[in-house]
Design a protein around this ligand. Structure first.
Ligand code: HGA
Length: 612
């Protein structure tokens, strides 16, 4: 959450920073601001609203300068407003800061600084940090880098910060702890950003700043130190990201593009990992732990939001095939409990961004208690892949729509591969069964392609239910996490209240809500719980609910009862979530578009949840 961009070099900073902020808007979009330095001094422009509002506001202003920094905000402290937007300045207005994260002890620090005569112009925690830096520099009579270093020892919480100094208009200072930061290395120029997307068109060479590192950046040079003052040798890595991955490619929205990318993203996720003819799965990322997997007692999956739903699919698959007990935990709850974790546990942390604050904290706790930690992430080089012992990337490509689509199915694909891999190591599956399953899995992208062809029909269904105020999603077995994910998608982008439930649980509460106004979406494909789901559909129809059913191609039974049926190709129950999710993503998408909602940037949400 919150996107930050910085530039120092020989080009005009404004267009680079502005474009970078647009790329990072998925991280937060309630306000935006840019600071620039030129011959006439420092200029700060900031506005509540999206980056486009800032762009319009600054149209006639002086935007020259080859050093600058910008911020797109997702407020944690202080309402979204012009004055709470970043950059914030120090008391003497010589220093300015942009910040992603939370300074947890800001209230105490603010009180102390107020007693020392500081005046605050915003309600943010961020402003307190820049005042603290100024105060330390004044008292200790030290240079800015040292003052930043000392100040960061006094704050609790998370940060990725960039600081500009009016008195030294030839340098930027950056630091991070808990929030991501990438530095792009050019010739006579450096770029700073929350992720690589603002950097990619200028350079492929990047340095991922590590937790607890601070950088002094000039046009010609870069010095990186740890907060304990030890100088570091930076590791320059080459980006694999391509520019076209960040464009809409002819689609109206990133979300729609990403839904349609799924046959490709799932193929990419499986590439080089499955060998159907041999009945073999290879996961290079966790290979080192192959032996250990034979003797583990338990798997704990920790995740948040959509990734947690993927985790529930993982539970079903790992227990079914590898016969290892699995618990799926919300990272935010797990980290604050006192869970029992032993050295024989494997914790699988799932996060699209690889930066989810609660998931990171859960990993740290489980690691301290001796568990082996695997990560499932989409963004290469993010914090979680660096915190874990081993892991498997989802290779879905950048996901820009805030509501997750292709990242979810890629996570489910990785969990499917992990389940088969563990089963293979433990000997709980025969080679012939694996040959059968992997052969089918290999063709799942084609089945997803077929599921996408129902788009027009789904649009018609969306038209019929778009004005509902509530919606229920019901499924059994692996159809249950699909129902949860369907409900989450609908509520996050269309603002219709939606709930996902195990179909049988309906009678323990939600059934009371059902009347002729209530659409109920069933995952009613022909698998082991088909008959039971049919009974649940009858129960809804008996109460005049409107039934939308996701059914297997050629189904005749459900068609007799449901108001609308959307067909998907037949598949082994293990692969149902990968296919049944597709029509639900499209349904939410069309409903949201019809309701005039901002599909790619739903209100109050941000993609990468870097605050707890
Ligand atoms: N705490 C700061 C920054 C917010 C942030 O990083 N959100 O993800 C603020 O509220 O402005």
């Amino acid at each position: 959450m919150c996107g930050i961009v910085g530039y120092i070099g020989y080009r005009e900073a404004w267009p680079i920073v502005l474009k970078g902020l647009k790329r990072l808007e998925y991280r937060g979009y309630d306000s935006a601001g840019i600071a620039l330095m030129n011959n006439s001094g420092q200029h700060i422009y900031k506005k509540a609203g999206k980056v486009a509002v800032l762009e319009e506001f600054a149209e006639t202003q002086d935007k020259s300068g080859t050093i600058g920094m910008g911020h797109t905000r997702w407020a944690t402290h202080g309402v979204p407003s012009d004055r709470n937007s970043h950059p914030h300045t120090s008391n003497n207005e010589k220093l300015s800061i942009i910040h992603n994260g939370i300074i947890e002890n800001y209230a105490t620090l603010k009180e102390e600084l107020t007693n020392r005569g500081h005046d605050f112009k915003s309600d943010t925690d961020t402003e307190v940090l820049i005042h603290l830096i100024e105060e330390i520099q004044k008292i200790e009579q030290i240079d800015l880098l040292e003052a930043v270093r000392l100040a960061l020892h006094e704050v609790n919480g998370a940060y990725a910060i960039v600081i500009m100094d009016k008195e030294h208009p030839d340098r930027l200072i950056a630091a991070r702890k808990g929030s991501p930061m990438v530095i792009g290395v050019g010739k006579g120029e450096y770029f700073i950003a929350s992720d690589a997307t603002p950097i990619i068109e200028y350079t492929k060479n990047v340095i991922y700043l590590k937790d607890g590192e601070i950088a002094l950046i000039t046009r010609e040079d870069l010095l990186i130190k740890q907060l304990d003052n030890v100088v570091q040798t930076p590791l320059i890595q080459e980006l694999e990201l391509k520019l076209e991955m960040l464009e809409k490619g002819g689609f109206d929205h990133f979300m729609l593009k990403e839904i349609y990318e799924q046959p490709r993203s799932i193929k990419d996720c499986m590439r080089g990992r499955i060998y159907p003819e041999e009945g073999k799965v290879q996961l290079g990322g966790i290979k080192e732990f192959a032996e250990k997997l034979k003797n583990i007692d338990r798997i704990i999956i920790v995740a948040c939001g959509t990734s947690w739903h993927a985790g529930l699919v993982g539970e079903y698959l790992i227990e079914e095939y590898a016969r290892i007990p699995v618990e799926v935990e919300y990272a935010s709850e797990f980290r604050y409990r006192n869970p029992i974790i032993t050295e024989k546990d494997v914790v699988i942390a799932i996060s699209q961004s690889g930066e989810t604050a609660d998931t990171m904290a859960a990993i740290e706790m489980a690691k301290e208690r001796g568990a082996t930690i695997f990560g499932i992430c989409n963004v290469a080089g993010a914090s979680i892949p660096r915190l874990t012992h081993a892991g498997v990337y989802t290779h879905a490509g950048p996901e820009i729509g805030v509501a997750s689509t292709k990242a979810f199915t890629a996570q489910v694909t990785v969990l499917t591969l992990m389940a088969f891999y563990m089963a293979q190591q433990k000997g709980t599956i025969t080679t012939s069964k694996l040959i059968e399953l992997l052969t089918e899995l290999d063709h799942i992208p084609e089945k997803i392609q077929i599921a996408l062809e129902s788009n027009d029909l789904i649009k018609e269904v969306a038209e019929k239910i778009k004005d509902s105020t509530n919606c229920l999603f019901l499924g059994r077995g692996s159809g249950f996490p699909v129902a949860l994910e369907g409900a989450l998608k609908l509520k996050e982008i269309s603002y219709i209240h939606a709930e996902g439930y195990p179909a049988a649980e309906m009678k323990h509460g939600p059934i009371a809500l059902i009347d002729e106004e209530m659409p109920v979406v069933f995952i009613a494909t022909q698998n082991s719980s088909y008959e039971k789901v049919i009974s649940n559909i009858q129960e809804v129809k008996a109460r005049k609910g409107k039934v939308i059913a996701i059914v297997t191609q050629g189904d005749t039974e459900v068609k007799k009862m449901a108001d609308y049926c959307i067909e998907i190709p037949d598949a082994n129950e293990a692969f149902l979530p990968l296919i049944a999710t597709i029509p639900l993503q499209l349904l939410s998408y069309h409903i949201a578009v019809m309701r005039g909602c901002n599909v790619d940037q739903p209100r109050n949400l941000a993609k990468s949840v870097t605050v707890e």
